[in-house]
Ligand binder design. Structure first.
Ligand code: HEC
Length: 107
């Protein structure tokens, strides 16, 4: 890499992607989760409805959180048999915030 590229490339990326490059924010995610997910999944991940996975079950693949962020992102975007699709409700970065919040739940 030419010396000038060492600062020019990151600078151009920083200019081109404002707001899209940031770490997932579990605090923002908590608000989205409260609004869109808690009435089925429970604020602490303990479901209030039958057939709803328990996000607090440790080491249980059924808890649904033992997957990478991208897999979970696609799952939440797409929805399931009873889980609504959030594709047109939340932006990807907001879903990643929700995932960060879900990963902070006590297991
Ligand atoms: C109307 C109730 C309802 C709402 C609202 C809801 N879910 Fe679900 N969710 C379910 C049910 C029931 C299942 C299990 C069946 C299925 O996949 O449809 C599920 C499954 C899931 C799974 C898969 C878990 C696994 O073990 O495979 C994830 C992840 C998930 N929900 C996340 C979310 C998130 C995040 C939100 C909010 C953005 C949300 N859900 C909103 C009812 C809901």
């Amino acid at each position: 890499m030419k010396p000038v590229c060492r600062w020019l490339v990151p600078l151009l990326i920083a200019i081109a992607l404002p707001g899209t490059l940031r770490a997932a924010d579990p605090f923002a995610g908590r608000e989205h989760y409260k609004k869109h997910c808690a009435y089925c999944h429970g604020m602490d991940g303990k479901p209030g409805m039958p057939q709803t996975p328990d996000f607090t079950r440790k080491g249980d693949p059924g808890s649904g959180l033992l997957r990478g962020d991208v897999t979970l992102l696609n799952r939440i975007r797409q929805g399931g048999s009873s889980c609504p699709s959030f594709r047109s409700v939340l932006e990807d970065i907001q879903i990643l915030d929700v995932i960060a919040y879900m990963r902070s739940m006590k297991r």
